[in-house]
Design a protein around this ligand. Structure first.
Ligand code: NI
Length: 249
């Protein structure tokens, strides 16, 4: 019924992955897309997705990895993308939250992966934090589509991404009291949204601050149903259809 389009299902955060998958199914979250975004994460997530039904994988180098990734890694990534059943490249993008000093290297890494996405006609999962302008400018150079992961910008920015053909990944933040994301969701409509947890991070209220997992997707969906004044079933159906389409599940 529900699809968690973005989570980090790793032994780094969870002791018992079998149990997590079992809990997800009980919560009617029957499909998840796990994201591997550094060398270790990529390797581990490529192992994990093969073991379970309904588990898909997205791989790509996170902007935090900008100073650790070279041409060889990009070549290897391309090889892995072509030799595994990967549904998207990501999360990739730009993050100036901690520093902008490595901006050039971040853009280099982002562009290298966008080139691959364009060449292989694969969707991208975009991480963008404090870097809206550069993200949009860079994306516009390539013929790609996909998801703006953990979208947290203004309605104006949301509309730009939607116009470019992207879906917005909406997660636990929409349940936070101090977030303006509710207004964005109301205005942009569920037809432009996919659900995600970004677990283990960003657990929704009332679990804010604890270890998140995909089983919390219905809490996020419930909030969106409230905001858009539609049923939970409609949210499940529309967001899952969106995910099927974007990722070719
Ligand atoms: Ni993530």
């Amino acid at each position: 019924m529900f699809i968690d389009t973005h989570c980090h299902l790793s032994y780094e955060y969870y002791d018992d992955i079998d149990n997590i998958i079992c809990e997800n199914k009980k919560a009617l979250v029957d499909k998840i897309v796990i994201s591997g975004c550094d060398r270790k994460g990529i390797e581990e997530s490529l192992d994990t997705y093969k073991k379970y039904d309904g588990v898909y994988v997205s791989i790509g180098y996170h902007p935090d990895e900008a100073l650790n990734v070279g041409d060889n890694d990009i070549e290897e990534l391309k090889f892995l993308l072509q030799n595994n059943d990967v549904v998207a490249i990501g999360e990739i993008g730009l993050d100036y939250y901690y520093t902008k000093e490595n901006r050039d290297k971040q853009i280099w890494l982002f562009e290298k992966q966008l080139e691959i996405a364009e060449k292989l006609s694969m969707p991208v999962v975009i991480h963008s934090r404090d870097a809206v302008e550069d993200t949009i400018t860079t994306l516009k150079k390539y013929k790609v589509n996909g998801v703006i992961h953990c979208f947290s910008g203004s309605l104006e920015v949301a509309k730009i991404y939607v116009k470019m053909g992207f879906k917005l990944g909406i997660g636990g933040v929409v349940t936070f009291k101090n977030s303006n994301l509710g207004e964005v969701v109301k205005n942009i409509g569920v037809e432009n949204i996919v659900l995600e947890t970004d677990s283990p991070y960003l657990a929704p209220v009332p679990y804010r601050g604890s270890v998140n997992s995909s089983k919390n997707i219905p809490i996020i969906a419930e909030k969106i149903a409230d905001l858009c004044n539609i049923s939970l079933e409609e949210v499940a159906k529309i967001t899952s259809d969106n995910a099927y389409k974007v990722f070719n599940l």
